[in-house]
Design a protein around this ligand. Structure first.
Ligand SMILES: [Zn+2]
Length: 481
């Protein structure tokens, strides 16, 4: 009897091992390579245009604080002066006072248009980090073939590259097959009112783009080092965004006679509990597809896990959870970003508040996130309210859409040996307000490992500027084919 049981176990082990090895071997193949073109030379003025754009301080402050509109207006003067052909040939309308939508009429205006998006507002430089910059934050310094400054990567390089590509094509008397819109937002980093106004205009005028292209993913050489090839993270979806206010009110008093628990204690404990556990992981179809596309080039153990998710899902998950960037691809993330309380060192405050920012996986609702937060904090004295009404965001694109294919094709042409993969963007962009109007919305720019987004020494390589200009040029030239 025991012999029989042992034999059956052995048989099961053998069959499982056989299936695992069969799947792994079937999954092993060279990942497609397509020939890239040489990047054309930069127009002489492109670098200086980037530098000038960075020097104009189009800083978005948030929290309803008014911006320096003179800087924003100066930015448009700079555009009009430096891109004269674009200004003569394209019409434009202003939205929300400072956002612009340019229209470049195509040969076939009856066909669905393309929309190229970018924003020119930038986040402020935190006062405490100012002296950590190795160059002036708004200097637009060119050093070692790299352009430095707030907004260099996010997102002035996209905007300038689109302008350069259009100006160049116009100088060659090019006219696009389809109409091309250029949608440039003025408050992407704060409230996105510009993009919302543009979306409303498109809705009212029944403009339904075939392709919308905005910032989001980029090319990485640092995240899939085993592949020894660059990977283009072409985002076809993005996480939702919601901030919650946490409020604790409890009678305060003199700090010489504290009660056992204060508003600060309750809030602090609530935040600790909130951070103890994540919402359950979810494998979005786009992440599964990403793994399927990079898997064949991975070392044997990773390849085996990806080829056999039925057996190794748990180990795949724990691998992704080890790194906070990949963790964000499979979890809704919840993190406190502002804590406010107290006015004087000897007064116990009666009010303690926090803002908790959440990035929500597609398919999860704001209500589910709120319910999770309530359960974790488990203290009715911590009141949780939404910071803003939830955005109604439609799906962005399928990785089988025309939009994805167009961007994939252009990416192959501008980057040698690249492996394009569909991706989930963990940030939120202006295009979320427009994507319900389009057949496909892609969030991607082909910069390589850009550094300093919202941080110190933000910068972009001159080679990236070159690549982006060429990339937008290809997208415009191939639109409608
Ligand atoms: Zn941005």
């Amino acid at each position: 009897m025991i012999r029989k049981i042992l034999l059956s176990i052995l048989l099961i082990v053998l069959v499982v091992t056989g299936i695992v090895i069969f799947n792994t071997l079937r999954f092993s193949k060279e990942i497609t390579r397509k020939p890239a073109s040489d990047l054309p030379n930069l127009p002489d003025s492109a670098i200086s245009h980037m530098q000038q754009a960075i020097r104009i301080k189009t800083i978005g402050l948030g929290n309803g604080e008014p911006v320096d509109t003179a800087q924003y207006l100066a930015f448009w003067q700079f555009v009009e002066k430096n891109y004269p052909l674009l200004h003569q040939s394209l019409t434009h309308q202003t939205f929300n006072g400072l956002s612009r939508l340019y229209k470049w009429e195509g040969k076939h205006p009856e066909q669905k248009p393309y929309v190229l998006m970018a924003h020119y507002d930038v986040v402020p430089v935190e006062a405490s980090t100012e002296n950590l910059w190795t160059v002036p934050a708004y200097g637009g310094v060119l050093k070692n073939d790299t352009i430095y400054g707030r907004g260099a990567a996010d997102d002035k390089v996209s905007l300038i590259s689109i302008l350069e590509a259009v100006e160049k094509l116009l100088s060659q008397q090019f006219q696009p097959e389809r109409t091309i819109y250029l949608s440039f937002g003025n408050d992407e980093e704060t409230i996105g009112k510009g993009a919302q106004a543009i979306a409303k205009y498109m809705e009212d005028n029944k403009i339904h783009p075939e392709v919308i292209l905005d910032e989001g993913g980029e090319i990485t050489t640092e995240n899939f080092t085993e592949l020894k090839r660059p990977v283009a993270l072409i985002a076809v979806a993005e996480k939702g965004y919601m901030s919650f206010n946490l409020t604790v009110e409890l009678h305060g008093g003199h700090s010489s006679t504290p009660a056992p628990e204060t508003a600060i204690d309750i809030l602090a404990k609530g935040l600790v509990h909130l951070r103890e556990k994540q919402m359950p992981y979810q494998f979005q179809p786009v992440i599964k597809e990403l793994l399927n596309r990079v898997g064949p080039g991975m070392p044997f153990s990773e390849r085996m896990a990806i080829a056999n998710p039925w057996l190794f899902e748990k180990s795949l998950v724990s691998g992704l959870e080890k790194d906070h960037s990949s963790n964000a691809l499979i979890h809704t993330t919840i993190v406190p970003t502002i804590v406010q309380t107290g006015i004087k060192d000897n007064v116990i405050p009666s009010l303690a508040t926090a803002v908790v920012n959440t990035r929500i996986l597609p398919g999860t609702t704001v209500e589910e996130v709120e319910a999770f937060m309530n359960k974790q904090i488990n203290d009715p004295r911590v009141k949780i309210t939404k910071n803003s009404p939830p955005d109604r965001v439609g799906p962005a694109a399928s990785y089988e859409s025309v939009a994805y294919k167009k961007v994939e094709d252009a990416t192959y042409k501008v980057m040698k040996d690249v492996i394009p993969v569909p991706f989930l963007s963990v940030g939120a962009t202006d295009s979320k307000y427009l994507q319900h109007l389009a057949d496909g919305t892609i969030k991607f720019t082909p910069s390589v490992d850009a550094k300093g987004f919202h941080g110190i020494d933000e910068r972009i390589g001159v080679s990236d500027l070159k690549r982006l200009i060429f990339f937008y040029q290809i997208i415009i030239q191939d639109a409608g084919k």
